[in-house]
Design a binder for this molecule. Structure first.
Ligand code: GDP
Ligand code: ZN
Length: 310
């Protein structure tokens, strides 16, 4: 019997749960992986053989080459980070947001900006959206409270593996619950999140976007693989600590068109004379907050000695 292709959604106690279209098979990994020191990861695209079509059991035979691997959460082939920003309560922390974006750029992962809580601060939401649209990111503004524009957000998740990121309280759990149509995440579970701490060992799971009912006009693929979201909003910016200061500018995509236009080669784009980036900020072409985040990340990277890098 031939292979069928699927995606590992969960790994528990030596079993891997592989989504093949609408069906999830409980699989063991072939022994050869252990011998080769390869551990299948959530997010892996795999070929399986079905050993028991009635009880939906199978064996993972091949792991396709990974596009990327995140360490926190430990997931392969993440295609997108959805950075959630609350328009208000809590007030946006632009440095946190821009660090998350820079870390995603570093990892080569697509970025989607989602401004939440438009119901409480619509004009603030609009000005946040403008900052990130101007910088060249796709932006959706939603309200998890009123469900406004949630369909537009869902349409950005089709066919992708998306991890949610953002400060506590911005509405990640609320949005995930709406998208997945159930109480998957505990809303407002701040104290629990803090007590679990940063180095949580909780395993991540890919949750399939429901294909039925599908949002109007959303081009879900046949076979039910409408896309996945990762249940742990754990994407963090810690990998930014490996970046050298001279490489930070590359992580700000709106700086690119000013490349080579600074007066001095090796310009740090901080407050230098004849700096094309600083001038663009002055003309309002680059958002002040984005430049401030750049400077903070740059200065931090400058302080880190080479031998201290990971
Ligand atoms: P998380 O920490 O990012 O997962 O955020 P939660 O989903 O737990 O939400 C934090 C708080 O904000 C909860 O009290 C939610 O009910 C509330 N909240 C989430 N989304 C919205 C929204 O769009 N509008 C309003 N007014 N409140 C929201
Ligand atoms: Zn410059």
């Amino acid at each position: 019997m031939g292979y069928i292709k699927g995606t590992i959604t969960k790994g528990v106690g030596g079993f891997y749960y592989v989504a093949c279209g609408d069906i999830i098979y409980e699989c063991r990994a072939r022994g050869i992986f252990r011998k080769d020191g390869i551990t299948p990861l959530v997010g892996d695209e795999v070929d399986i053989t079905v050993d028991d079509a009635v009880n939906l059991r199978g064996t993972v035979d091949n792991i396709h080459p990974r596009k990327n691997v995140l360490l926190r959460p430990p997931v392969a082939n993440v295609s997108q980070v959805a950075v959630i920003i609350a328009a208000a309560s809590p007030a946006p922390n632009f440095l946190t947001v821009d660090k998350l974006i820079a870390a995603a750029e570093l990892a080569g992962i697509e970025i989607l900006i989602c401004v939440n809580k438009t119901d409480v601060a619509d004009s603030k939401a609009a000005s946040i959206a403008e900052i990130y649209e101007k910088a060249g990111f796709p932006v959706v503004s939603v309200s998890a409270e009123t469900r406004d524009n949630i369909d537009a957000l869902t349409s950005h998740l089709v066919g992708k593996i998306t991890v949610f990121a953002g400060n506590s309280g911005v509405g990640k759990s609320s949005i995930l619950n709406l998208i997945l149509g159930g109480d998957v995440m505990r809303v407002g579970a701040v104290s629990e999140k803090i007590s679990r701490g940063r180095h949580t060992t909780r395993h991540s799971e890919l949750l399939r976007l429901p294909t039925n009912p599908r949002p109007a006009g959303t081009p879900f693929r046949e076979g039910g693989s409408g896309g996945f979201v990762i249940d742990t909003p754990g994407f963090s910016a810690f990998e930014l600590d490996t970046v050298k200061c001279e490489d930070v500018a590359e992580l700000f995509r709106e700086f690119e068109k000013y490349g080579g236009m600074c007066k001095f080669t090796g310009c740090a784009h901080v407050k230098d004379k004849g700096c094309a980036i600083v001038e663009a900020v002055g003309r309002g072409e680059i958002a002040q907050s984005r430049h401030e985040s750049y400077v903070a990340i740059y200065e931090n990277a400058k302080k880190v000695k080479d031998w201290e890098r990971l």
